[in-house]
Design a protein around this ligand. Structure first.
Ligand code: ATP
Ligand code: MG
Ligand code: MG
Length: 569
């Protein structure tokens, strides 16, 4: 299996399977449900689910919900939605909170082994005792408590007897370790806050490192893939897994068996990879929240947001995001991917798969005076120039057209190929037309063009082969449907919006031209599309029918990406 991708993690999985260490890999995607997923998460999702499916394994979706104060069921639903939208299905849906009873028993086991103790130092004292990078820490005065006393105090922590922060359960590892994560880190803290899944059952909550490592072990995760900032945590991860040794302590798993959850304990291995960073974006949940709360965007799914919900609404397809992750690859090298790479993935996907349509965003009337009043006909246009299988559509054509205002110039610049007074242009798929007359209003503004259609140049006629410099798109004015067209661009004007030098913040880096809304006209076969249908509007770019606001009688299209990259020039 999986001959395709050759990154170092897939190589490890391949080797492990070849050595018979596992029959199949089991991975997990472990988001904290404290915000919406962003494009960085797509990398972790594609990696975990991708490896599982390529090597005949499975991947769990696990909510790392050990922090009750910050978590919200709204995020849980959105995360499930996003993972499915990206094209993946989890084997089991779990929560770290499913394991609270197992984790509690595991902590008791550590106490009985002399590997954990209840500490009465305050948070501030713990910091003082911890030492620094250059200085070893000092032992807590509570480190040598007896097993009995520790078991008793831990039980009373669990019973809710002590105030928040009064005590912690700490691992007994090494206060002199060069790795500060190993200096007797906290395993449990007291926090009398209701939890979205367990309600008021628990006044104590496990710390991330302990809960994360053991959740992996409980689920039988073989390869625990995480981002590089957890590299320093790996020794603690291994310590938790080894000391608790779930695989050989089936009794610890009894609470799960009682709830009908399968016992799959295994020894997982943590492997780190570099985060996805993309220029012109911010990806921290904190900043994404602030953009919403400060009203700088219109919500979590604003089409300029780098949340998966925002990208989806902008018109990014799941395939384009999976393509991005493939192109970026997996390594331990930190880097920043140019935003143009992301846009290029969308263009490549939509160029191949999006049907073509015609729309006019800045309309100017063009009347073909040699056609009879009320003349109307239908033309058949291929939906895609290179994919006959995508079929044809009916495009109405008539005496009165809308063309793009910028396709006409009274005084054309050098090299101009489009319409000029007295000049000819090809009307996409309809024939060759000449401009005979320019009608202006009292203010001198052009309000209409009048001209003639060369009746020998209709589609299929030999006169259609005449060489004409320019081809423009159009829609038939009586048939076109008025549409709201939202022209989006990058939310930030600078490559590094996180740059905080000179007292700046990401707020100072916003692109003032990231959104403008115009009224245009679209051909009927665009208007009738279902929400979330993507099109190439010929010569304009790729657009998507807005997921929330589009309706066939009141179409709303979002510009997903322009046809060419205007930023990297
Ligand atoms: P943020 O720091 O942006 O708030 P997070 O890491 O706190 O994100 P989690 O919900 O904990 O968010 O992330 C779930 C998983 O997604 C983790 O395994 C994390 O390593 C991974 N992840 C988060 N951001 C990125 C990124 N930019 N690139 C790759 N993986 C990421
Ligand atoms: Mg996190
Ligand atoms: Mg984080």
């Amino acid at each position: 299996p999986a001959v395709g991708k050759q990154d170092f993690i897939r190589q490890i999985v391949r080797d492990d399977l070849a050595q018979g260490r596992h029959k199949a890999p089991k991975t997990r995607f472990p988001p904290e449900p404290n915000g919406y997923l962003h494009i960085g998460h797509a990398k972790a999702i594609c990696l975990n689910f991708g490896i599982a499916s390529e090597f005949g394994g499975v991947c769990n979706l696990r909510f790392d919900d050990t922090n009750p104060a910050k978590e919200d069921p709204e995020f849980v639903r959105a995360i499930e939605d996003d993972v499915r939208w990206l094209g993946f299905e989890w084997a089991e849906l779990r929560h770290a909170s499913d394991y609270f009873e197992v984790l509690y028993r595991a902590a008791e086991k550590l106490i009985r082994q002399g590997d954990a103790f209840v500490c009465d130092l305050s948070a501030e004292q713990v910091r003082e005792y911890r030492g620094t990078l250059t200085e070893p820490g000092r032992h807590s005065p509570f480190r040598e408590r007896s097993v009995e006393e520790n078991l008793d105090l831990f039980a009373r922590m669990r019973a809710g007897e002590f105030a928040d922060g009064a005590r912690t359960l700490r691992a007994k590892i090494d206060m002199a370790s060069g790795n500060i994560n190993l200096r007797d880190p906290a395993l449990y803290r007291i926090k009398k806050v209701a939890h979205q899944n367990t309600g008021d059952d628990w006044p104590i909550y496990p710390m991330y490192d302990f809960a994360h490592a053991l959740s992996d072990a409980v689920e039988g995760i073989t390869h625990s893939l995480c981002t590089l900032e957890f590299e320093d945590h790996r020794p603690l991860y291994d310590w938790c897994v080894d000391k608790v040794d779930l695989a050989h302590s089936p009794e610890l798993l009894q609470p799960l068996l009682d709830r009908g959850l399968p016992n799959q304990a295994a020894k997982p291995r943590q492997i780190e990879f570099s985060r996805l960073n993309i220029s012109y974006t911010v990806m921290s949940k904190r900043k994404l929240v602030a953009l919403v709360n400060d009203g700088l965007v219109e919500g979590w799914d604003d089409p300029r947001m780098y949340t998966l919900q925002g990208l989806r609404r902008r018109g990014y397809t799941p395939a384009s995001l999976r393509l991005l992750i493939d192109r970026v690859g997996i390594s331990k090298q930190n880097s920043v991917i140019d935003f143009g790479v992301l846009e290029g993935c969308l263009r490549d996907d939509l160029d191949a798969h999006a049907p073509r349509r015609m729309a006019v965003v800045d309309p100017l009337k063009f009347v073909l005076t040699n056609l009879p009043e009320g003349h109307a006909e239908t033309l058949s246009f291929p939906n895609h120039p290179k994919d006959e299988a995508m079929g044809h559509r009916v495009v109405p054509f008539s005496r009165e057209l809308w063309i793009e205002r910028e396709d006409f110039a009274e005084a054309p610049p050098k090299g101009w190929k489009r319409l000029v007074p007295g000049g000819e242009v090809r009307l996409r798929g309809a024939g060759i037309a000449r401009c005979d007359e320019v009608i202006k209003n009292a203010a001198g503004e052009i309000v209409e063009l009048r001209g003639t259609l060369d009746l020998e140049s209709r589609p299929g006629m030999t006169g259609a082969d005449r060489k004409i410099k320019g081809t423009i798109h159009w829609v038939s004015a009586p048939h076109a449907v008025p549409a709201e067209i939202r022209l989006y661009d990058r939310l930030f004007a600078v490559a590094d919006p996180d740059d905080e030098s000179e007292g700046k913040s990401y707020r100072d880096h916003l692109n003032p031209a990231s959104r403008s809304v115009v009224r245009g006209w679209v051909e009927p076969a665009a208007a009738t599309a279902a929400p979330e249908t993507s099109f190439q509007f010929e010569r304009l770019g790729y657009f998507v029918a807005d997921r929330r606001d589009h309706a066939p009688d009141a179409p709303v299209f979002n510009r997903s990406v322009t046809l060419r990259d205007a930023w990297s020039q």
